[in-house]
Structure formats: structure tokens, C-alpha cells
Design a protein. Sequence first.
Length: 126
Amino acid sequence: MSLVRVWRVWSARLTAESNRTLNGTDAWPRWQDHGLVFPSSLGTPMEPDNLRRSWGRIRAAAGLGSMRLHDMGHTCVSLLLDLGVPPHIVREIVGHSDIEVTMTIYAHAALDEKRAALRKLGDALG
């Protein structure tokens, strides 16, 4: 299953769970929608330790195999930049403190593209 497909399934599940009702009343009356991928049971940002403890269960439910949480962040940065999202926006989305961090991750992911560009340059120079 692709990461994009997993995201769509997970997002639909979060939406369904946050909108569900119990006996005609909201099941989560204190829910606060912040548009997070991994919210707490109230919809607020999850404490990092709680996310780390829950990651195995979340990963299994989403069919992600042995994917680490770090891998998902790396993939997110790469996909956003490949889609043409400006680096400063990507930095804000993923919460990097410095644009250098964002671009270092992308530089690592785009190594094949750099090799292809340098090969073209070499061909052009003869």
C-alpha cells in the first residue's frame, strides 16, 4: 500500500471518528479539530512520548510494515517539495526550526536528480 493511500485511509478514519455520534450526541464533545495526522483523543497535538508508545499500533492498523515515524516525515518533505511546494512552506508544515534542515533532507532525497543534472552538464561540455 502506498503512503498516499495509507494517508487517505487514515484521514477518512479520523474524520469518521471525529464526526461519529453516540445516542444522538457527539461521542467526543470536547474534540478540537486541528487538522493533525496523529491527534490526541481530544484532537489536540499528541504528546511525543504518547505517539512513540502508540506508533506500533498505528503502523500496524495502517499497514505500514516496519516504517519508522521518521521515515514518514522524510517522505512528507520529499513529496511536498517534489509537488512544487515552496521550501519555507514545507518547513512550516513539518515544524523544522531552520530551512537548512528541510533542504538537507531534500538534498539527500534528490541525489539521483543531481547526478542526472551533472551528467547532462558533462554531455553539454563535451
